[in-house]
Design a binder for this molecule. Sequence first.
Ligand code: MF3
Ligand code: CO
Length: 249
Amino acid sequence: MIICKSAAEIEKLRRSGRMVRQVLGEIREHARPGATTLDLEKFVARRFKELGARSAFKGYRGYPCVLCASVNNEIIHGIPSDRRILKEGDILSLDTGVILDGYYGDSAITVPVGAISESAQRLLKVTEEALELALEQVRLGNRLGDVSATVQHHAERNGYTVVREFVGHGIGKSMHEEPQIPNYGQPGHGPVLKEGMVFAIEPMVNAGVAGVKVLDDNWTAVTADGKLSAHFEHMVAVTKNGPDVLTRL
Ligand code: MF3
Ligand code: CO
């Protein structure tokens, strides 16, 4: 069952979503060559404490940190470590979430570390565009397949592939609610979008093959061919007035 939210609940989700986005923006500044991903973890943990938010990630299915920091060929769920030193030219996916007043916020961005190659820049641009185009599809009467197909089409049209093993999701008083939102699909298929539905849409786009492997830490998902991957995530509500992106500052 897809849970529809009231206007008051959507405002709570917006508070959570904006807080996540605010902190993601702040970490961007710390993602410099020489910093470790554990430095970023510590920064985020401190900010959540200051802002009075609880981490949505730490302890979730045993996940040990408040931040997922995934570098280059790592797609998602990279565990922050003091041995992972960022270097110029890396791309870094930052994914984090909060619980505020019982409502979840979840968002992700992929950022450059210093100057990055033109091909890496293009991957980030296309992945973020795929997300923006998908958000535009979050309209009354559209179907979930319209959202999914939009991500897939934009990625593949640009010569990239979409990850199949991980999906976006409904979000509310739980981080993961129905429906699952794949980054591939068929227009005109799936549930019809109704007022008050709230989705976390999160394209994961690979420069090479779509396949993934999970490392021995049982979390870090990497590309099967070692090529780059990018990830962006926004929360969006279905409203009478069109898509309402709750993670926009
Ligand atoms: N943002 C991720 C998602 O939407 C959550 C990361 S899993 C966690 O599923 F274990 F780190 F919480
Ligand atoms: Co998510």
